[in-house]
Design a protein around this ligand. Structure first.
Ligand code: HEM
Ligand code: NAG
Ligand code: NAG
Ligand code: NAG
Ligand code: NAG
Ligand code: NAG
Length: 329
């Protein structure tokens, strides 16, 4: 090899790795393989133990991961407490009814004993979402890449709908599409991930306009199945009820499956944002595809991987929090 060619090749290698640095590190499989080999086992063990005695937790962690990723990227900003000078995202929580924070703290405490300062809270959320939903199957049902780092900023206003981050259950199709596009997600991801509503509950006030006053004329939403609407009215007796919850997938509220899409086809999506998926051809085609259970599980894993990568902090960005509810001092 002549000298010019080899120095050319060396400069490609050097320049290439510089580019790599500039672009930052990426998420990868088993990021903690060397730095904390037991990390993923510890998360799974605690999450499975807690889910075994509290079947509402999978829905809490799945939604927590979604909200974390849609506000400032998957950086665990959702876990930060408010301080004297700052109202955190959590301050918007009375409305958002998130839960499971105590379990995240338990996992973090255990990880800090085993490998202090190594595993990020953002990765704990992503793993907790996967492991809690997977408990039912006794095996991981999607792959989670790791290597996220924790952010240090959390603002209440970012969680509010007007900040254009968390989509509203009143959104129509084009607003939903825009909300996901803002995070680099497609209509396909929107439909697939809406399937997360196969577990968990919704409060009456997020949909009772569809039962009682859809267009301001004391009317019902014509796109809502009237048999289902009659049932919902027995649960949510008036427009001011903000406390009653109903399952989003009444036939199997604790089972992670593709029934959400079967319900949608019967016009039994709970929120306007669910029903909106049938108002667009591309979205409806995806709904139809996901009536195949195998397709749903495959696609859900793929879309979760994209959601779990939204604006992540990696490499030397951000920090590894010592406690998940406060930034390091
Ligand atoms: C497409 C836009 C979405 C909208 C408008 C939306 C809206 C909502 C609303 C209003 C609730 C009920 C909250 C309550 O009453 O306590 C809810 C619950 C839930 N959402 Fe979504 N969501 C969306 C997407 C997602 C995604 C992408 C996921 C995860 C992949 C997800 C997972 C959940 C889960 C698991 C629950 C149940 C929580 C529980 O039982 O505590 N949602 N969602
Ligand atoms: C959220 O809660 C605050 C304070 O309780 C209230 O003023 C606001 O209207 C609520 N927002 C929604 C969307 O329920
Ligand atoms: C289950 O977890 C939820 C969410 O953290 C919590 O609100 C509820 O009290 C727990 N239930 C039991 C029986 O511990
Ligand atoms: C129904 O909506 C209309 C128009 O927004 C409003 O004027 C009316 O007070 C609502 N009815 C009830 C029972 O809240
Ligand atoms: C609406 O329903 C709730 C819960 O069922 C009840 O406590 C409240 O008194 C009702 N309010 C009105 C105005 O009927
Ligand atoms: C409404 O739901 C019932 C089951 O509760 C189903 O038999 C019926 O086909 C649905 N109607 C429409 C229009 O989707």
């Amino acid at each position: 090899m002549n000298a010019n060619l080899s120095s050319f090749l060396i400069s490609i290698v050097v320049f290439g790795s510089l580019l790599g640095v500039c672009h930052g590190a990426e998420l990868r499989k088993h990021f903690y393989k060397d730095s904390c080999p037991l990390a993923e086992d510890i998360v799974k063990e605690i999450i499975w133990k807690r889910v075994a005695s509290n079947s509402t937790l999978p829905a809490k962690f799945l939604r927590m991961h979604f909200h974390d990723c849609f506000v400032r990227g998957c950086d665990a900003s959702i876990l930060l407490d408010s301080t004297a000078n700052n109202q955190a995202e959590k301050a918007a929580i009375p409305n958002l009814s998130l839960g499971g924070f105590d379990v995240i703290d338990e996992v973090k405490t255990e990880l800090e004993k085993t490998c202090p300062g190594v595993v990020s809270c953002a990765d704990i959320i992503a793993l907790a979402a996967r492991d809690s939903v997977s408990y039912q199957f006794q095996r991981p049902i999607w792959e989670v890449l790791t290597g996220r780092r924790d952010g240090s900023i959390s603002h209440k206003s970012d969680s509010e709908v007007r900040a254009n981050n968390i989509p509203s259950p009143l959104f129509d199709f084009s607003s939903l599409k825009q909300s996901f596009a803002n995070k680099g997600l497609t209509v396909h991801d929107l439909v697939v991930l809406s399937g997360g509503h196969t577990i968990g509950v919704g409060h009456c006030n997020f949909f009772s306009n569809r039962l009682y006053n859809f267009t301001g004329k004391n009317d019902a939403d014509p796109s809502l199945n009237s048999t289902y609407a009659a049932f919902l009215k027995t649960q949510c007796k008036n427009l001011s009820n903000k406390i009653t919850i109903v399952p989003m997938d009444p036939g199997s509220p604790l089972s992670f499956d593709n029934n959400y899409f079967k319900n949608l086809k019967l016009n039994q999506g709970l929120f306007q944002s669910d029903a909106a998926l049938l108002t667009n051809n591309e979205a409806t085609n995806t709904v139809d595809e996901l009536l195949d259970s195998q397709d749903f599980f495959t696609e859900f894993g793929q879309s979760m991987k994209r959601m779990g990568a939204i604006h992540v902090l990696t490499g030397s960005s951000g920090e590894i929090r010592k406690k998940c509810n406060v930034v390091n001092s």
